[in-house]
Design a protein around this ligand. Structure first.
Ligand code: HEC
Length: 135
């Protein structure tokens, strides 16, 4: 097929792989600017809060697109997503809980809490990717 061209199109009906990848990119669009603020030392509680709210609004996006039989190119998921659904679910729940805590911290405008809970969300992304996403 499109070998050599880099991008493989998701040609299946409903494009579940494409949809979940786009949904993850939407998550990054909210998560990345928070990280930049914290790393650069430009934390501004009034700018941070809407980003945390946007993350909450986007966090459920990918999951419905991990249906059975959706492990095909161009997926970057590992087979474990379908072999170990309970573990995948556990990682998802940990991520949801971590984003709840981040929002609460953002609302409190307590910088130390924001730092701590942001790091915890980042850990939740990394932990899940380690087992469930190809690198
Ligand atoms: C419960 C597991 C899990 C959590 C939590 C998770 N991801 Fe992912 N992520 C995946 C899987 C699986 C894929 C691969 C999707 C595919 O291609 O089928 C992925 C793909 C991605 C991609 C690639 C999208 C593309 O271009 O194809 C990005 C970027 C990403 N995740 C960012 C994040 C960020 C940032 C977080 C945390 C804020 C996060 N993810 C949390 C499992 C997770």
């Amino acid at each position: 097929m499109l070998a050599g061209c880099g991008e493989v199109e998701d040609t299946r009906p409903g494009q579940p792989v494409k949809h979940r990848q786009v949904a993850f990119k939407e998550i990054v669009k909210t998560f990345e600017p928070m990280g930049v603020m914290l790393r650069k030392g430009t934390y501004d509680a009034d700018k941070f809060l809407p980003l945390a709210e946007a993350l909450l609004a986007k966090r459920d996006g990918p999951w419905a697109y991990f249906g059975a039989d959706t492990n095909y190119p161009p997926t970057k998921s590992t087979p474990d997503v379908w072999k170990q659904p309970d573990e995948f679910e556990k990682n998802k729940k940990a991520f949801i809980a971590a984003t709840d805590a981040l929002l609460a911290a953002a609302q409190s405008k307590d910088k130390a809490q924001v730092d701590k809970t942001y790091d915890a969300v980042h850990e939740a992304c990394k932990t899940c990717h380690k087992q469930f996403k190809e690198r």
